[in-house]
Design a protein around this ligand. Structure first.
Ligand SMILES: [Ca+2]
Ligand SMILES: [Ca+2]
Ligand SMILES: [Ca+2]
Ligand SMILES: [Ca+2]
Length: 334
């Protein structure tokens, strides 16, 4: 019996390890685990904005904590545009350029142009560390390509976050098809091994919704000190259900939504209780007739017009609404 119980213990520990480790590892996936977004998307520049990408480029930032002193890799899943996952228009003819930048100019907190949201500014600021153009390539279809090895100190150091910042610019340089892809920030070239304390963020998010009714996508903007209101803008939502804002304070505020190839914006007040935490923007799909292959763009700015970041792993965790009625419920019984 004793022997049996120790076997069960070992099995139980293996079971726990299997469950716990992927949770930690997947936090380095971009889009992140809590976002429940299947893919990022970038169309070739000859495409139509009505397919859901307003500017044919996307910019993501990766932060590596200062105390991590090994080489790392930025892995791209399905970087090609063809075969599985991608959105065809006629024949597959899109070419997508992925470029990794570091050094002075890369950090968007210091260099505003690096954010890539003010048209005409040089979003390619920084040192080009690696670049590759992908067309239709069976070799990378449904597979990873790894940029690197990269040294953390090749990034631009950010004092506030005590991290090195890297930037990846994704451009649809030719064709009209949609390239769908994801990232994983890894310690290893050939597998997904998370870097503890690392994160990823963007200022303008262009992504694909799931092709079902039940999946809810999330993005998690961080509310920094001094923010009293924000303006959300969304593009080409195809009137696909509702976009809700949830926080510790908000049960779910509906925001104004776009339809076909238009930007719609609205203001959302921010309460002091929401500062220094993340908001949860929830994307709920319309029921009835399925809106297929819905690509959407979202961006936010604060009351001063500064863009807000969306983190793949929400800072402070996923916010949970605290109902005010609970306050009276926990009053002691008479
Ligand atoms: Ca593919
Ligand atoms: Ca095409
Ligand atoms: Ca792809
Ligand atoms: Ca759309």
């Amino acid at each position: 019996m004793k022997f049996e119980s120790s076997i069960y213990k070992i099995l139980f520990i293996i079971f726990l390890t299997r469950i716990l480790i992927p949770v930690q590892v997947s936090s380095q996936a971009v889009p992140g685990k809590d976002e429940n977004i299947p893919f990022l998307v970038t169309f070739g520049k000859e495409g139509k904005v009505s397919w859901g990408d307003d500017d044919f480029n996307q910019i993501f930032f990766f932060s590596i904590p200062k105390d991590f002193n090994q080489q790392f890799f930025i892995r791209v899943f399905d970087p090609d545009c063809g075969g599985e996952h991608d959105e065809i228009q006629g024949d597959f003819n899109s070419k997508t350029m992925f470029s990794v930048y570091g050094g002075k100019g890369a950090d968007p907190e210091v260099h505003e142009e690096s954010r890539g949201i003010d048209k005409g500014l040089n979003y390619k600021a920084g040192n080009l560390l690696a670049s590759r153009v992908f067309g239709t390539e069976a070799r990378y279809d449904n597979k990873y390509y790894s940029f690197g090895p990269l040294n953390p100190t090749e990034g631009e150091f950010n004092m506030k976050w005590n991290s090195y910042i890297f930037k990846v610019v994704i451009e649809g340089i030719a064709g009209d098809d949609g390239n769908l892809y994801r990232f994983f920030l890894s310690r290893d070239a050939n597998s997904n091994l998370a870097i503890e304390g690392a994160n990823a963020f963007t200022y303008e998010y262009t992504f694909r919704m799931w092709n079902d009714f039940k999946s809810i996508a999330h993005i998690y903007p961080y509310i920094d000190t001094g923010i009293v209101s924000i303006k959300q803008s969304n593009f080409d939502w195809d009137e696909d259900g509702t976009i809700l804002v949830v926080s510790r304070y908000k049960r779910g505020i509906k925001v104004d939504i776009s339809n076909e190839a238009n930007w719609i914006n609205s203001q959302i007040p921010i309460e002091p209780a929401e500062v220094n935490s993340s908001l949860d923007f929830q994307f709920h799909k319309r029921q009835g007739e399925l809106v297929k292959n819905n690509n959407v763009v979202i961006r936010l700015e604060n009351q001063r017009g500064d863009a807000l970041k969306f983190y793949s792993s929400p800072i402070g965790g996923v916010p949970v609404y605290i109902p005010k009625t609970n306050v009276s419920k926990i009053e002691p019984k008479k």
